[in-house]
Design a protein around this ligand. Structure first.
Ligand code: BES
Ligand code: MN
Ligand code: ZN
Length: 480
């Protein structure tokens, strides 16, 4: 769907959308239609609350004009984004092909948020639906916004990044596995000037990535590490590393998961998808920062060759791990990626994203991602970026007492702790791989990658969570 801007409201557009503040008078919005608008709003119990909408048709010469009232509540920027999302949700498959939204006189920042919400809500994945009824096909091709485009220029980069992340999370696991993940991402970022590194299993074995390779051992698909580096600032500017868990399917391995709901584990690569999406966004908008995105890509399968509970593996850091549970595989993938990026690129800070623990969903449900950090400044910056974008985060503690829970009688550590505090012990495991002096944050996004219901700027399914908060964090903290 295309977003366009103009300065004057066209004479009588077939579809006109108008933002309405809470309890605002509906006068002067559409010529000669004050009474109609008030009646329609009352009839639909529309009071201008953020995210709500009311619709009516008014006569316009010989034709009818469709009017969409979009609530923006008290009118903050998040409310404008929701209103843009509501516009698209209403019209996407309505038969309407073009709509005009009149945001004249509204602050450019809010206009941009509205445009972003409208664009992001249009993403769909219909590739495998060969029998989609005509009436369910999207029709809305263009939204023209009457308003100030000053803050929009370049902002569609995030929407592109979100689209990539959502597509990757949605693709089925027979189609998307480590090698095809790499192919898809490289095709999406082609020509943008990112420096690409791909490690195959032979190279990983040479590097000593025994933890990551142990997870991949039971799969017929070869593992990959994909790294994309964006150098948008000078050589002496600090490097930020984004590291994503990319388990393209997680059966649990020999510690196999129950059948019910196992199909969800196709999106166990949501952390890597967010990193890919963020890198696409940063490179598209030519961010003035140095950022490397590292994606650890494996499939976790049970097999005659699969690793066993009780196996001891040696990670790239040299630390040994007793694999108590082969379903706690994400941390085994991430630890080698963290070591690799520290050894080869010397980042000043690392942010990792992973659908790491079911316990995270027990704690926070599907409303916030969990944040763990060894650095208060980094934690606060991420919390703020989360608040600003709607990719909300909530901080959890780290402590030596939790760390001791993963000591092993036979190796340097085990890959799971006791039942309690499962998300925290997972984070403690990762922290054992972070070098002194490196600021590190871990985002456990298990509850955020997939949504069982429509959201303001996404339909049911892949949310693209993580792309917006990472892009914003880089913009606010790493650029300039
Ligand atoms: N990918 C899962 C975590 C997960 C579960 C994400 C549900 C999204 C929805 C992860 O690899 C896993 O299996 N974690 C185990 C860890 C346990 C064995 C310590 C879990 O959470 O049960
Ligand atoms: Mn698992
Ligand atoms: Zn997993």
């Amino acid at each position: 769907m295309q977003i366009a801007f103009t300065t004057q409201r066209p004479a009588s557009p077939a579809v006109i959308a108008l933002p309405v503040r809470k309890d605002a008078a509906l006068t002067g919005l559409v010529d000669g239609a004050d009474a109609l608008l008030a009646g329609a709003a009352a009839g639909q119990r529309f009071t201008g609350e953020a995210g709500t909408a009311a619709e009516l048709f008014v006569a316009s010469g010989d034709t009818t004009q469709r009017v969409l009232l979009l609530g923006v509540g008290t009118g903050d920027d998040a409310a404008f984004e929701r209103a843009g999302g509501a516009l698209t949700a209403r019209l996407l498959t309505s038969g309407v092909t073009e709509a005009v939204a009149d945001l004249s006189g509204i602050d450019a920042l809010y206009v941009a948020r509205f445009a972003a919400g409208a664009a992001q809500r249009a993403w769909r994945f219909d590739e495998y639906r060969t029998k989609l009824p005509e009436k369910q096909k999207p029709t809305l091709a263009k939204v023209t916004i009457v308003g100030d485009d000053a803050e929009w220029t370049g902002r569609d980069a995030v929407t592109r990044g979100l689209g990539l992340a959502r597509t990757l999370a949605t693709l089925p696991p027979n189609i998307l596995y480590p090698e095809t993940f790499v192919e898809r991402v490289l095709a999406a970022v082609d020509g943008l000037g990112l420096e690409v590194t791909v490690l195959d299993e032979g190279q990983m074995a040479e590097l000593g990535m025994g933890a990551l390779l142990g997870v991949s051992q039971g799969s017929r698909r070869e593992a990959r590490v994909l790294a994309l580096r964006w150098s948008g600032a000078g050589d002496d500017a600090p490097l930020t590393a984004l590291v994503g868990k990319g388990v393209t399917f997680d059966t649990g391995g020999i510690s196999i998961k129950p059948a019910a709901g196992m199909e969800d584990m196709k999106w166990d690569m949501g952390g890597a998808a967010a990193v890919a999406g963020a890198m696409l966004s940063l490179a598209t908008r030519k961010a003035g920062a140095n950022v490397i995105g590292v994606m650890g890509l494996v499939e976790n399968m049970p097999d005659g060759d699969a690793q066993r509970p009780g196996d001891v593996v040696t990670s790239m850091s040299g630390q040994t791990i007793e694999v108590i549970n082969t379903d706690a595989e994400g941390r085994l993938v991430l630890c080698d990626c963290i070591t690799w990026v520290q050894n080869t690129h010397k980042p000043a800070r690392i942010v990792d994203l992973a659908t790491l623990t079911g316990a995270m969903i027990v704690s926070l449900g599907n409303e916030y991602g969990g944040l763990f950090a060894n650095d208060d400044t980094l934690a606060d910056q991420l919390l703020e970026a989360g608040r600003a974008t709607g990719d909300k985060l909530w901080r959890f503690p780290l402590a030596d007492a939790y760390d001791r829970l993963i000591d092993s009688p036979i190796a340097d550590m085990k890959n799971v702790g006791p039942r309690g505090a499962g998300s925290i012990t997972a984070a403690q495991f990762l922290q054992r791989y972070v070098d002194d002096g490196v600021a590190w944050a871990h985002l456990d996004i298990a509850g955020m990658v997939w949504s069982e219901k429509d959201g303001a700027t996404w339909g049911k399914g892949a949310t693209g969570y993580g792309v917006r908060v990472l892009d914003r964090f880089v913009a606010d903290v790493c650029e300039g």
